[in-house]
Design a protein. Structure first.
Length: 130
């Protein structure tokens, strides 16, 4: 019972960490659509059925389109940005390592001439800058 609850909490934490930006932006999009629809409905109620201007429907749908386009644009921008700052040589090496992996997840480790950790790379970068 305790393990089941711990697994659920860990799973939710993992999903939240991985998809936090997508979840928040999607909730904001839904809130935006709800607010625009509510404002338009309130306006139509206040004006009355005899004075309804058809332009308000165009404005409502333009607001929807702008909101959805902004949402899609932000996610397209997020997908294009790479978190790593690799040099061209490192990119080529990484792509070669990924090609050789295949079904064996340890193939790239066995083929390396020298094993280095992230700290080794940081120290090397620091020596280059000094």
């Amino acid at each position: 019972m305790i393990f089941k609850q711990a697994f659920r909490v860990a799973f939710v934490a993992l999903i939240w960490k991985q998809y936090k930006a997508v979840i928040i932006s999607t909730l904001l999009l839904f809130a935006f659509i709800f607010v625009v629809g509510s404002i338009h409905e309130d306006y139509l109620t206040a004006v009355g059925p005899e004075n309804i201007d058809q332009k308000t429907f165009i404005y409502k749908w333009l607001a929807y389109i702008v909101g959805i386009a902004t949402y899609l644009g932000l996610h397209a921008l997020r997908a294009r940005v790479k978190p790593k700052n690799l040099t061209d040589k490192e990119k080529i090496q990484e792509s070669k390592e990924l090609e050789t992996v295949g079904d064996d997840p340890f193939a790239q480790i066995r083929e390396r001439k020298k094993l280095r950790s992230r700290a080794d790379f940081l120290m090397e970068d620091q020596r280059k800058s000094d």
